[in-house]
Design a protein around this ligand. Structure first.
Ligand SMILES: Cc1ncc(COP(=O)(O)O)c(C=O)c1O
Length: 386
């Protein structure tokens, strides 16, 4: 049977099928793989959030369909947290929308704003959903390269005027996956000016704002003057509270954009389980108590692994945020050959930079989602090979 829609058929073939096959074969042989390839926290959700959920799940009033946009209580909780954390005022009724994880919100936004042939500005390397969801909506991705020499920020001045004018939407993501780069308020200001000039919607994807290191809090795009006129920000409880499996996120910002996204969602899903939203309110209300331990754990892992890799002669900078290390592959290797080499000879799974687009060539991404001892063991294995 091959009756798949053109949407599915036009997706590029999965480029790492071979690598994946090898990984599965090694796992089946019982090999002790160190998997640093996925951005899925290995640490459980904090106990108090789980306990809040246990109580919430027992309540009969939570067993019915939830409100489409999220409960009023959840949206108020989000607004409360945004004010406390970023000093940004949000109207819970019109400027906050609950999501079943931020991924679905990012993807569905295309159906609300992109018509066939419309251009969407997409950073590369980048989270693959931006490109693939653009294609699903029959839009045309225009790739904005993120270069190390430009601090992995897109150079908005390089976007040709005719493209900028035809563009409907622009994706940005800071702190960034996969590069670990952060944006400063000056860049966000530039993005707002660009968006106003070109009448482009900014979708800022911000699931990593709370995974910052060395005490340097990372900003919200909505702190930028004028940001709410042009854009929305996607947030997630996945990484902030080790809740990837719970599927809870939210979109905040421009009321018209929120309404558009809510209209699409209302027609294809029925909202997130109210008990999960209750646990989410608890998490956000206790963010200041719950996140320092999580941050310290990743910072400690970052310091240990970056130091070990540097000692081995690799070119790597410690990220200021996110749990990703974006490392240049050794001379003579490509992203794919180096990833294969690590898997074959060290039984380490890492993601080749090209998994995030061609512009990721020359890099490899390690996710710090394994205990410190395992990261040190990974460094030992690489050392033995040298
Ligand atoms: C940049 C980025 N955006 C969005 C997401 C989606 O997160 P979730 O759907 O779990 O909220 C991820 C997950 O890895 C991500 O890295």
């Amino acid at each position: 049977m091959n009756n798949y829609s053109k949407r599915i058929q036009q997706l590029p073939p999965y480029p790492f099928a071979e690598l994946d096959k090898k990984k599965k074969a090694l796992q089946a042989q019982g090999k002790d793989l160190i998997d640093l390839s996925i951005g899925d926290p290995d640490i459980p959700t904090p106990r108090p959030i789980v306990e809040c959920m246990q109580q919430a799940v027992a309540k009969a009033e939570h067993h019915r369909y939830p409100p489409y946009a999220g409960t009023v209580k959840f949206r108020e909780g989000v607004a409360r947290w945004y004010m406390k954390r970023f000093g940004v005022q949000l109207d819970p009724q019109h400027e906050v929308l609950a999501l079943i994880g931020s991924k679905e919100g990012i993807a569905n936004a295309h159906y609300a704003f992109v018509d066939p042939g419309d251009i969407v500005l997409v950073p590369t390397p980048g989270y693959p959903v931006y490109t693939n969801a653009t294609k699903f909506a029959l839009g045309l991705p225009y790739l904005m390269p993120l270069h190390k020499s430009h601090h992995f920020l897109p150079d908005l001045n390089l976007i040709p005027e005719n493209i900028a004018h035809k563009a409907k939407m622009m994706h940005l993501n800071y702190p960034n996956n996969p590069t670990g780069a952060v944006a400063d308020p000056g860049f966000f200001q530039q993005a707002v000016s660009f968006a106003k000039q070109s009448n482009v919607i900014v979708c800022h994807d911000a699931p990593y704002t709370e995974l910052y290191f060395d005490g340097h809090k990372q900003p919200s795009f909505l702190q930028t003057p004028g940001a709410k006129e042009v854009g929305v920000e996607f947030h997630s409880l996945s990484k902030t509270f080790n809740m990837t499996g719970w599927r809870l996120g939210f979109a905040v910002g421009n009321a018209d954009i929120i309404r558009g996204l809510a209209t699409i969602k209302m027609n294809i899903d029925s909202g997130q389980f109210t008990a999960v939203q209750e646990a989410g309110i608890f998490a956000l209300d206790h963010e200041e108590e719950l996140t320092p331990t999580i941050r310290h754990t990743y910072q400690d892992r970052r310091d240990v692994f970056v130091e070990a890799l540097k000692k081995l002669g690799f070119k790597i900078d410690a990220p200021k945020a996110t749990f990703y290390l974006w490392m240049e592959v050794p001379a003579g290797q490509t992203s794919a050959t180096f990833a294969t080499h690590l898997l074959d000879h060290c039984e380490i799974v890492a993601t080749p930079g090209t998994a995030f687009g061609d512009a990721g060539e020359g890099f490899i991404r390690f996710s710090l989602t394994a205990p410190k001892e395992r990261l040190l063991e990974a460094a030992e294995r690489i050392k033995k090979l040298q």
